[in-house]
Structure formats: structure tokens, C-alpha cells
Design a binder for this molecule. Structure first.
Ligand code: PXG
Length: 284
């Protein structure tokens, strides 16, 4: 049976539990990471662990182990479950406390590592591209809670996801408080216009995606001009290509926004090229 790491011990998946007094449950008070493994190796593990610790630090959670120990625990959990091509969910909560917000009443952060498989989108969407709609829900402003913190409170994203689902779409686009394009509910966004690859900058109020960073690096290496620059829906409506990036989703083409075809309405050449380069990279 699948073994789940909870605070240094392994449990059968149906016995892996945390307290109902855990502030991760009571208040969404915690942080997490979603990672992928390819051929038994976690993709960009150190980058994910670094982001986890930065998220934790930002919300004043002191993770009771070093980054090296966290990397080792992740690799050990993956190896124990003999997972080659899988998904790893790392969760750190504030820990068990009392009713009431006070984080000082929480004993120790809970550290959970789950390894399993994930399939966010059906294969067909990777071939033909997905359709999305702009959500009325705007992305949490950095002045409220920085979107760079990958926190356990995903209601902002889930509200937008519901809007996408209600509209019959696979994803929803979130704008920031200035009406600029931010990101999607669990993915970063890229567009291609006249051969130039564009993605919103971190200051647009987005999660600093590790797949996003990987794609920027791959594109630059391939001689594609990359601009991290603020843009609006106008730029997507008039773009040649569009795609999303995320650890779970990898790269996935987008062919419609708000019922309007993007470019030719089919995944474009630059998108296919980057998908190919990404596959080559992760498969070593
Ligand atoms: N933006 C947001 C809001 C995310 O949650 C990304 C961008 C992409 O970041 P990475 O580092 O993965 O390239 C994410 C990541 C899920 C799921 O269960 C969501 C993510 C990752 C894994 C699983 O929907 N989001």
C-alpha cells in the first residue's frame, strides 16, 4: 500500500492523518509544493524546496528540518513507493493548535509528503489545446497576500476554477487588480506574438512557477526572444499562440479565450517546439 510521510514516519495511505486542530485545516494556515518525478528523479527538486522554505518564511512558519533533510525525505518517500513517473505533494502546516488564530498556540509544523500519480487534463487537450474563460474573480493582490506564497489557502484560485467549469471551459484566466493578465488557477501563462515569447512578470502578482522559469530558460537557449512584461487580454486575443505551464500540467496549448480563437485556433509552432524541448529535458 502507498506509504505517506507524516512528521518523520511512514503510514499506510488510509492511516496517514493530521489532527482536526491542525491550523492547516482550520485556517488554511500552511504552505505546499507540487512536484513531478521523471524516471525516478524529482524534477528541479532543489528549486521546489527553496520555494517551499521561502513561502514558509514569508508566513512565519519555521520548518523543523533543513532543506537538505527535506530533499532527502522527498527522495526517500519516492523510493519507498517505487514511483518512477509521478507526482509529489509536500505540505507543511502550522501544526496542531487551539481554536483561534494565534500561531503561537501551535505546537510544531506538520510535514507531509504524498507521492502518487496526477493527470490534470486528458490527452486530447494536449493535442488540440484547451479553452479558457476570464474569471470575474481577480487574483489575490500582493498587498493582501503575495501570490508568490504557495499557501494552503487556494480559495481565490478555486473560485476562478469554478467560473471556468461553469462556463464549460477547462481553465480560467485570472487578471490582477490592474486588469492585467496574471495567471491561471494552477498554471502560468505564455503568449507568442511575431515570434516573441511573453509572460507576465512576478510583479504582476503571480506564483513564480518553476515550469515557467524552465520554459524561459529553454526558449532563450533556443534563440527565442523572451519578454517578462505586463500585458492585457487584448494581447491574448491578438496573439499568435498561447500555452500554460505547471508542474502537473507541464506545457499545454490554449486555443480559445472567452470563446474567441487564439491565432489559427490550433496549437502553434513555437508551442510545439517548446513542448518538445521540455520533454527532452525531463526525460534526460
Ligand atoms: N500558478 C499557480 C497559482 C500554481 O498553483 C503554478 C502557477 C505553476 O507553478 P510550477 O512551479 O508548478 O510550474 C502553480 C502550480 C493542482 C496543482 O493540483 C497545481 C499546481 C501544481 C501542482 C498541482 O492543480 N500549481
Amino acid at each position: 500500500m502507498l506509504q505517506v510521510y507524516v512528521n518523520g514516519k511512514y503510514y499506510d495511505k488510509d492511516k496517514a492523518v493530521v489532527s482536526v486542530f491542525d491550523h492547516g485545516l482550520l485556517y488554511g494556515d500552511g504552505v505546499f509544493e507540487g512536484m513531478r518525478s521523471y524516471n525516478g528523479k524529482v524534477f528541479r527538486l532543489e528549486d521546489h524546496i527553496k520555494r517551499l522554505y521561502e513561502s514558509a518564511r514569508s508566513v512565519w512558519i519555521d520548518i523543523p528540518m533543513t532543506q537538505e533533510e527535506m530533499c532527502k525525505a522527498t527522495n526517500d518517500t519516492l523510493a519507498l513507493n517505487q514511483i518512477q513517473n509521478g507526482y509529489i505533494r509536500l505540505v507543511v502546516t502550522r501544526g496542531s493548535g487551539t481554536l483561534g488564530l494565534d500561531p503561537r498556540k501551535c505546537s510544531n509544523p506538520s510535514v507531509i509528503i504524498i507521492t502518487d500519480s496526477i493527470a490534470l487534463y486528458p490527452d486530447e487537450l494536449y493535442q488540440n489545446g484547451l479553452e479558457m474563460v476570464t474569471a470575474a474573480t481577480i487574483r489575490t493582490s500582493p498587498a493582501m497576500l503575495s501570490p508568490r506564497v504557495k499557501s494552503l489557502n487556494y480559495l481565490n484560485n478555486i473560485m476562478a476554477k469554478i467560473e471556468g467549469i461553469q462556463a464549460g471551459c477547462d481553465e480560467a484566466l485570472l487578471l490582477n487588480q490592474n486588469g492585467e493578465v496574471a495567471e491561471c488557477t494552477g498554471d502560468n501563462i505564455f503568449i507568442v506574438k511575431d515570434g516573441v515569447l511573453m509572460t507576465p512578470p512576478l510583479v504582476a502578482g503571480i506564483l513564480g512557477g518553476i515550469t515557467r522559469q524552465t520554459v524561459i530558460e529553454l526558449a532563450k537557449k533556443a534563440g527565442i526572444e523572451v519578454q517578462e512584461t505586463a500585458f492585457t487580454r487584448h494581447d491574448i486575443y491578438s496573439a499568435d499562440e498561447c500555452f500554460l505551464t505547471g508542474s502537473a500540467a507541464e506545457l499545454i496549448p490554449v486555443v480559445k479565450l472567452d470563446m474567441r480563437p487564439i491565432g489559427t485556433g490550433k496549437p502553434g509552432d513555437v508551442t510545439w517546439k517548446l513542448i518538445k524541448l521540455f520533454k527532452e529535458l525531463v526525460n534526460g
